[in-house]
Design a protein around this ligand. Structure first.
Ligand SMILES: [Zn+2]
Length: 336
């Protein structure tokens, strides 16, 4: 069996013909297997969805309980048979509930990683390398310039800034699923015990993480009703970065603008976005993690998708590993 007979890129997403299902389809399909809850991978309107319990929960919170015709939980490490194709979900280390999906049929094994990272993250299970014939890797940060520093180092910069500027609010832009909870948890692990204020758009997912046993400490709504501006002096406030451009942000005293993203490695990008305190914290693999993972899977063929495919394809070829860009469309990760 050739790899493309098992999984093949189609306009709707990666399609498995023998199993008759899609992985992370971008349009409604009868049967979808979903790697994680970010909106570019997990969409509503499918006939049936197979995903981890946490991903199903997250989809329910974001889209409402009727987000699919029917749902089925995939237990990590347990193999299911779908029309003769063996399907197993393994942790991806990206956000809570995130999984790689391994499909195997007639001796051919392909692992679709979705999005993944190798840096430790206390808010989700660590990535598990899977031996496979073909490894499908993301390439969000697939250039040698992207090397993420230790996250504790970035968080220390934020805490230090609150000590240096105790009269100013620190507005930290972070994606609502994954990044926000990771930043909060990193603050707690660094010993930061003060209340952390969150934008309303993050409340439901933060509560969900807490209900799953991820301790985020004292979280409070970032509203000034009944209080004064000075209540936020020296405080850390998390919100979607889009909120920081509008009226919502004007309630805070002399705010320092911060943003937690792998893109903050690029100074120009931080500057253009008016970010004074860039934090290089990413839920995706950096260049070194991508290379390390490709080698670890032992795959003889690499398919590269969402991001900067060319450099990674070239690197694989130089190592004697065959590689190609998948050119799947519709993936612009909301959680970089
Ligand atoms: Zn993602």
């Amino acid at each position: 069996m050739r790899p493309r007979d098992l999984l093949c890129p189609k306009p709707d997403g990666l399609y498995c013909a023998p199993g008759d299902f899609y992985i992370d389809p971008v349009r409604p399909v009868p049967r979808a297997l979903i790697t994680h809850g970010h909106s570019d991978h997990a969409r509503s309107g499918h006939g049936s969805v197979l995903a981890t319990r946490q991903t199903l929960d997250i989809m329910g919170l974001r889209y409402g309980e009727d987000f699919a015709g029917s749902t089925q939980e995939a237990v990590l490490g347990e193999t299911l048979n779908i029309n003769g194709v063996a399907v197993t979900f393994h942790p991806a280390g990206h956000v809570l509930g995130s999984a790689q999906i391994c499909v195997e049929h007639e001796g051919m094994r392909i692992a679709a990683s979705g999005d993944y990272k190798r840096q430790p993250d206390a808010t989700c299970l660590p990535f598990e390398p899977i031996r496979c014939d073909v490894f499908i890797t993301e390439a969000t940060f697939g250039l040698p310039v992207f090397r993420h520093p230790p996250d504790s180092h970035e968080i220390a910069k934020l805490v230090k800034s609150t000590e240096q500027f105790p009269e100013r609010a620190h507005l930290v832009g972070a994606y609502a699923l994954g990044k926000a909870q990771r930043v909060i948890r990193l603050l707690r692990d660094s010993g930061y015990g003060k209340p952390i204020y969150i934008h309303g758009a993050m409340a439901t997912l933060c509560e969900y993480y807490q209900s799953e046993g991820i301790d985020l400490g004292d979280l409070r709504p970032a509203t000034v009703e009944g209080g004064s501006k000075d209540d936020f002096a020296g405080a850390i406030v998390l919100g979607p970065s889009s909120a920081f451009a509008d009226r919502w942000a004007r309630r805070f005293p002399d705010p320092i603008s911060s943003f937690a993203s792998g893109w903050m490695r690029i100074r120009q990008r931080a500057k253009q976005g008016g970010v004074e305190l860039p934090l290089i914290i990413s839920d995706h693999s950096d260049w070194d993690e991508l290379l390390e993972t490709i080698v670890e899977t032992g795959a003889s063929e690499i398919w590269v998708t969402h991001g900067r495919e060319e450099a990674l394809v070239r690197w694989c070829e130089l190592q004697g590993i065959s590689a190609k860009a998948l050119h799947l469309v519709g993936y612009e990760d909301e959680g970089d």
